[in-house]
Ligand binder design. Structure first.
Ligand code: FES
Length: 201
């Protein structure tokens, strides 16, 4: 017959081990459950539907109105047909400057380059500066856009605009033009004259 004391002393460590394993299992299962990923509810459709219902109905009678440009007020592109810019209207070229002369209408004028000691024929469809350079002359210039006075010269025969047409020169004042000054990079001959290059007011 077993001594009850001996059974108790044997059962205790066994019970402790079993209890320990059970506790560990519970903790493990509990922790696994806790970290389980639960997907959030997909509400994108709901949001889209809500947004769609918030957009007001348009008044366009026909969808094609948008394409024509008659629909939206405040659109970036103005309604067609007005055309205040004048570009490409009546089938003409986009822009016209003093050099835009049809080939069969180009005229030539005799221009004396005083400092170079030569008189040459200049066409009326190219700036004086360019045509002087075509001769191999080292003429002064900087911007070539009528925005400085590096290329200035002086026409000795009278007001420069009696002899040349400037394409948007922004530097010479009326009195200087009357004194014969010209910006050769944007000046197109309109008559014969004599010119002193490298002369600024
Ligand atoms: S080069 Fe500047 S205005 Fe002619």
């Amino acid at each position: 017959m077993l001594n009850p004391l001996a059974i108790t002393s044997l059962a205790n460590p066994l019970a402790i081990v079993i209890a320990g394993i059970a506790t560990l299992t519970v903790v493990l299962v509990g922790s696994l459950k806790g970290t389980e990923w639960e997907p959030t509810t997909d509400i994108s459709d709901t949001v889209l539907e809500r947004r769609a219902s918030a957009v007001p109905e348009t008044d366009f009678p026909e969808p094609s109105n948008r394409a024509i440009g008659g629909g939206g007020g405040g659109g970036a592109i103005p309604a067609g047909g007005e055309g205040d810019g004048g570009e490409l209207e009546d089938g003409s070229t986009a822009s016209s400057g003093p050099g835009d002369i049809p080939e069969d209408e180009v005229e030539y004028f005799e221009v004396e380059f005083v400092k170079q000691g030569e008189t040459i024929e200049l066409s009326n469809d190219q700036p004086i500066l360019e045509q002087g350079e075509d001769q191999g002359w080292d003429l002064p210039y900087a911007c070539r856009q009528g925005q400085c006075v590096s290329c200035a010269g002086r026409i000795g025969d009278g007001p420069s605009e009696d002899y040349v047409e400037h394409d948007n020169q922004q530097m010479l004042e009326e009195a200087e033009l009357d004194d014969g000054y010209t910006l050769t990079c944007v000046a197109y001959p309109r008559d014969s004259f004599s010119l002193e290059t490298g002369e600024a007011p």
